[in-house]
Design a protein around this ligand. Sequence first.
Ligand SMILES: C[S@@+](CC[C@H](N)C(=O)[O-])C[C@H]1O[C@@H](n2cnc3c(N)ncnc32)[C@H](O)[C@@H]1O
Length: 394
Amino acid sequence: MTKLIATTAVGLEDIAAQDLRDSFGLPAIAGRNGAVSISLPGPAPRPEVIDAIKTLNYWSRSLNRVGIVLCEGPCPDLDACYQLALSADYSSLIDSDQSFAIRPLRKGHHPFTSIDLGRAVGQAVIDSVSEAKGKRLAVDLDEPEVILRAGLHGDEFSLWLDTSGDMPLHCRSYRKQHHPASLMPSLAYLMLRIANWTGGPLIDPMCGIATIPIEAVLYARGIPPGRFRTGGWAYERLRWLDPSPLPSASAEAEAPSPLVAPGSRLDILGIERFDRHLQGAWLNIAEAGLSDELRIVQGDAADLESVLDDSESYPVAVLNPPYGRRIGSRGQTEILYGRFCQSAQRSGIRRIVVITELLRAMERSLREADYQITAQHPVMYGDLSAVVFVAEQA
Ligand SMILES: C[S@@+](CC[C@H](N)C(=O)[O-])C[C@H]1O[C@@H](n2cnc3c(N)ncnc32)[C@H](O)[C@@H]1O
């Protein structure tokens, strides 16, 4: 049995697991701390496991990384982490002349640092391989051939081999222009899934550099995010795995089908108030080769009627408004939420899926505009604790 770990937005593990089951037919189970697990029969070098690794790295929209679990279990202290890592078998996955690095991630209160964790687990890997093969693995923290990730959440320890790399899958290289408060593309996609969006008219009324609209087109058209990856994947440096970056023919054939028929028109609109973000959105859209697929206009989300003409109707809005931290003040942001929700109601937006940290303000704004909140998904966004609200016109 090989256990894969797929990482995603913390809090949306169940949505990502459902996506992997639906899109790839994989037996994905939601875990905690942003982890989804996939258990496959046989050892890692089996073709089914290799196909799953390549397919997920190339096609998945909701994931940040994909790895192979080497060991996991409760570890109350650093020595327990060392002992568990020492007991894992690295022989079939790492050649003894390859360099490696441990990337530690520690959450919770511990009497040691993440660096201590990395050092202890790194020593365990070196000791284990020395014992099995009589050779000492070289450590290269800058450009390792093999990346191992050591996670310690409270006393839950896991060590896994990263097949994606230091650049997570949510870093899409179509993003040439950045935004101080941009959304992770993987989270944008998960919000589209939460919205049950099936390819119909869609509006993002505060679109920034157009992450949600771009991810919507990729999803609707069945365009793999891997097509935009520069720098490859970590699995290409694993010697036991055929390094070709694309999934094998069978996995490619099983790629998730597009939401819309080829040649059919998409109606996806992004609105952004500020010129510099608008320019960034257009540049990113051009970089993704999607200039003919999307309409991004300058306008005010608090006055949608002045942007939309009478013939236009957008039943679904997916958005990531400001939280009043990096952009604007909290008071102004709360007023914006209220005015946006009122305008959305008048403009016939029936379903709103919105992520925010200002929970009370968004709840109040949605209710005052006669939207009924039908679901709330808590999500950690960096260090921010946010909620994805789903609201339907009452
Ligand atoms: C959190 S950012 C959205 C980021 C976006 N999801 C992305 O990934 O690029 C919120 C955006 O709303 C825009 N905004 C603020 N007030 C607005 C308004 N009244 N109408 C339209 N856009 C507005 C901001 O300029 C900012 O780009």
